[in-house]
Design a protein around this ligand. Structure first.
Ligand code: PBG
Ligand code: ZN
Length: 323
């Protein structure tokens, strides 16, 4: 098989044959839409670095959840902005916390939509770290108890899946144990198994008001230079009974998605994070790129790399184009 007998262009001649030989398909079913639920009423505040994405009070969240469901998107992932923050992030595991109220409101109106909750402390602590501080650093084992309490309270409020994003060691097991002990053995854990200490989270921290007030997250999130360590992190979560594995961010870590796909047999999630969204939006606004085409190419690239599902702020736009 060599030129000029074999000609690869034969398979690209028209749109129909290209459709026939297409290897990767982006579907509405692959998408998960993130939302930011803010304490209060009548709030709908656009995040300046994330055009089209809002901090919203519950009535607006519910309205958007309906829209998401009507577009055929199967799930949302919720982040909360509480009224009060404190050193122990108490709103995170309060029965009347912002997320608990939001879950109940969404499930009452759009019961079929799967509600995933982000399980972490950074949106609820006054210091902005993902756990309890001891001697200037996050204390792993003390944090596990709070994360477990948070996951349980989300399940009690009606969450369909819980997604720990804190990067503490042992959190998946701690969450699995408390859920099982309280009648929630049917609730899956979607683990942010491989989460890097990334500058791509910048716009999210504006949205969730979760910037650390001192230091950074490098003592718990992974070093962007590491690949073998990603397999170790994923392996631990598999042993602790995670139901989904996630890689985050996605765009600069497509090799890690491929590695996890090849080594593990759990559904794999890519988190197309805030900074990745903002870059496309900003360049498109300037007229430097075709935003829609770059978005779809980016998302299909994540699927080609190995992702089964993609958490993305583009979910609604993508769903409209894919219909
Ligand atoms: C909380 C959390 C973060 C993101 C998801 N969950 C931020 C962080 O770890 O600082 C980032 C999402 C995004 O950038 O879109 N731990
Ligand atoms: Zn966090």
């Amino acid at each position: 098989m060599f030129f000029s007998e074999y000609r690869a262009r034969r398979m690209r001649r028209n749109a129909t044959i290209r459709r026939m030989v297409r290897e990767t398909h982006l579907r509405v079913d692959d998408l998960i839409y993130p939302m930011f639920s803010a304490f209060g009423k009548g709030i709908k505040k656009e995040i300046s670095s994330m055009p089209g994405i809002y901090q919203q009070s519950i009535e607006h969240i519910v309205a958007e959840a309906k829209e998401v469901h009507e577009l055929g998107i199967p799930a949302v992932i919720l982040f909360g902005i509480p009224e009060h923050k404190d050193p122990l992030g108490q709103d995170a595991y309060s029965e009347t916390g912002i997320i608990q109220q939001t879950i109940r409101a969404i499930k009452a109106e759009v019961p079929e939509l799967q509600v995933i909750t982000d399980v972490c402390m950074c949106e609820y602590t006054d210091h902005g770290h993902c756990g309890v501080i001891k001697d200037g650093d996050v204390d792993n084992d003390a944090t596990l108890q709070l994360l477990a309490a948070e996951a349980l309270s989300h399940a009690r409020a009606g969450a369909d899946l819980v997604a720990p994003s804190d990067m503490m060691d042992g959190r998946v097991a701690a969450i699995r144990e408390i859920l099982d002990a309280n009648g929630f053995s049917h609730i899956p854990v979607m683990s942010y198994a491989v989460k890097y200490a990334s500058a791509y989270y910048g716009p999210f921290r504006d949205a969730a008001e979760s910037t650390p007030q001192f230091g950074d997250r490098r003592s718990y999130q992974m070093d962007p230079a590491n690949r073998i360590e990603a397999l170790r992190e994923a392996e631990l979560d598999v042993q602790e009974c995670a139901d989904f594995l996630m890689v985050k961010p996605a765009l600069a870590y497509l090799d890690i998605l491929r590695d996890l796909k090849e080594h593990f047999n759990l559904p794999l999630v890519a988190y197309n994070v805030s900074g990745e969204y903002s870059m496309i939006k900003a360049a498109a606004e300037k007229g430097w790129i075709d935003g829609e085409r770059v978005m779809l190419e980016t998302l299909v690239g994540m699927k080609r790399a190995g992702a089964d599902l993609i958490i993305t702020y583009h979910a609604k736009e993508a769903a409209r184009l894919l219909r």
